[in-house]
Design a protein around this ligand. Structure first.
Ligand code: PPE
Length: 304
C-alpha cells in the first residue's frame, strides 16, 4: 500500500511507522471493533470528503449497536479526519476510521479494555481494478451465506463481520473470479463482500432491501441519482437466477465506487459489458464526487 506521513491515534498525529498496538490488543483476538471506509476526492474547490458526517454517524451507530462506549462524537472524528488529511497534504485518499478495544484484559468480555480510536488515510485507486471499473468484473455466487441479523448486527460495520466476507472473497479469488456475491439465509441475493448490489431489468433498477445488507451510503447515492435521471428504483428481493437474466448488474461502495459486473457464475450479463444505465450512473457519480457536477454539493464536505 501507499503510505503517508501521519496517522491520527487517540487524539494526536503519530508517525505512520509508529502507529502500533500490543499483540494482546483485545479486538485482534475477538474481532469486536467498528470501522468506516470514506473517500476524499479532489474537486475544483479543493479536497472534499464524500458524505463525511453520514459515515461518522454510521460509525457512532455501529458503536452504539455493539455497546462500545466511545469518548468522541461524530463531529470530533470528522474534525480529526480533516486534521489527518491536511497533515498528510492529501488531495484525494481513502479514509479508514476504526474504534477498537485495546490492551489490558483478555477473555471474551471486552469492556475492561480501553477503547482506541484511529483514523488513517492513504491513496487508494480502483478497488476492483481499473479494468474492472471500465469493462466490468466477473462474480460468483458464494458458497458462504451472508450473516443473519441475529447472528451479526448487519447495520453495524463490525470488524468481526468481515470474516464472512473474507471467506467468500478467498473462495472467489481461488476459483478465478473477481468478487463474491452472497445469498442470505433465505437464499436471496444480499450483497458483495464489501459492496451493495444493483440489477437493471426492463429499465427498472432493483436492489435488495436494507433488512439484511449494510446500509450503504453509495447505495443511497445511486438511488438518488437514478431517480433524477428518470429510472424507477425498486427495493425488493432478488433471486440468484434473476441475476443471470438481468440486463445489467453493478456493485457499489465507498472503495468499489460504481463497478459494473459483466459475468455471474459463468453466465454473461447482457452483452457482457457495462450497460447504459450503469454507465450513466457511474458517469454522474464520478462527476458529483469530483465536484464537476455541482448538483449534489451537499454531499461534499470540503476540507478546511
Ligand atoms: N456492504 C458491505 C458489506 C460493505 O463492506 C460496504 C463498504 C458496503 C456494502 C457499501 O457501503 P458504503 O461504503 O457506505 O457505500 N465496504 C467498505 C470496506 C471495503 C474494504 O475492503 O475495506 C468500503 O467500501 O469502504
Amino acid at each position: 500500500m501507499e503510505t503517508v506521513k501521519y496517522i491520527w491515534m487517540n487524539g494526536e498525529l503519530v508517525k505512520w511507522e509508529e502507529a502500533k498496538v500490543h499483540v494482546l490488543t483485545h479486538t485482534l483476538h475477538y474481532g469486536l471493533g467498528v470501522f468506516e471506509g470514506i473517500r476524499c476526492y479532489n474537486t475544483p474547490k479543493g479536497p472534499a470528503v464524500f458524505r463525511c458526517r453520514e459515515h461518522m454517524n454510521r460509525l457512532i451507530n455501529s458503536a452504539h449497536i455493539t455497546r462500545m462506549e466511545v469518548e468522541y462524537t461524530a463531529e470530533e472524528l470528522r474534525a480529526a479526519t480533516f486534521e489527518t488529511i491536511k497533515a498528510n497534504n492529501l488531495k484525494s485518499c481513502y479514509i479508514r476510521p476504526i474504534l477498537f478495544y485495546g490492551y489490558g484484559s483478555m477473555g471474551v468480555y471486552p469492556k475492561e479494555n480501553p477503547i482506541e480510536a484511529v483514523i488513517a488515510c492513504w491513496p487508494w485507486g480502483a478497488y476492483l481494478g481499473e479494468e474492472g471499473m471500465a469493462k466490468g468484473i466477473r462474480c460468483c455466487t458464494s458458497s458462504f451465506t451472508r450473516h443473519h441479523v441475529n447472528i451479526a448486527m448487519t447495520k453495524a460495520k463490525v470488524c468481526g463481520n468481515y470474516v464472512n466476507s473474507q471467506l467468500a472473497k478467498i473462495e472467489a479469488i481461488e476459483n478465478g473470479f473477481d468478487e463474491a456475491l452472497m445469498l442470505d439465509v433465505d437464499g436471496t441475493v444480499s450483497e458483495g463482500t464489501g459492496e451493495n448490489l444493483f440489477i437493471v431489468r426492463n429499465g427498472v433498477l432493483k436492489t435488495p432491501p436494507l433488512s439484511g445488507v449494510l446500509e450503504g451510503i453509495t447505495r443511497d447515492c445511486v438511488i438518488t441519482l437514478a431517480e433524477e435521471i428518470g429510472v424507477k428504483v425498486v427495493e425488493s428481493n432478488i433471486t440468484r437466477d434473476e441475476l443471470y437474466i438481468a440486463d445489467e448488474v453493478f456493485l457499489c461502495g465507498t472503495a468499489a465506487e460504481i463497478t459494473p459486473v459483466r459475468e455471474v457464475d459463468h453466465r454473461q450479463i447482457g452483452p457482457g459489458k457495462p450497460g447504459p444505465i450503469t454507465q450513466e450512473i457511474q458517469k454522474r457519480f464520478f462527476a458529483v464526487v469530483k465536484g464537476e457536477d455541482q448538483s449534489h454539493e451537499e454531499w461534499l464536505d470540503f476540507v478546511e
